[in-house]
Design a protein around this ligand. Sequence first.
Ligand code: AMP
Length: 188
Amino acid sequence: MNICVFCSSSDAVSKKYFDSAKKLGVEMVKAGFNLVYGGAKRGLMGAVADSVKSAGGGVIGVIPKALKKYGIAMEGLDKLIVTDNMRERKSVMERKSDAFIFLPGGVGTLEEAMEILTLKQLHYHNKPLVFVNTANYYSTLFKFFEKMEKEKFIKKELCNMFHVAKNGRAAVRYIKRYKPSKFKDKWF
Ligand code: AMP
């Protein structure tokens, strides 16, 4: 089973986020999951990949050729898939993964999270999605979802399509026990 982890490529974020990424890697390997991720050695992406590798787990990186040219690809992965562009990369990551975890990140991570969530609400897949809310990083996003719901841009049900975990351990536990449920159509 593969878990796709989307997370920050920033090297400048606080240590608490790096610690949380490293712990997630350890928990994934303990539970027998492999990692699928963006293939870079930077930021939390590099931290989670390093941690999975050091704990003896398998890592598949998926990187577009334009980013690989910057020399940011991680070496020594079990597999590095190079795609033509970002869109193809996301679709490879999605197809290869049985579950998705979103650690804190910037617009790249947010875009990936929103795409996976959008695909779920349109019934393209019914895989588990988990936000790891390290230091309440994503709490303002969930507040924004509340506003969307209040203004009827989304149904309340959307918030049942993902889980919020306080750390990597809880995220992995949720994924192990996940049973897909049926969702109604998104339209009012
Ligand atoms: P951000 O949250 O803006 O730092 O973007 C991180 C997310 O976007 C990751 O989950 C990656 O899939 C993708 N991404 C952004 N920058 C890179 C990079 N330098 N190398 C590989 N993937 C990246």
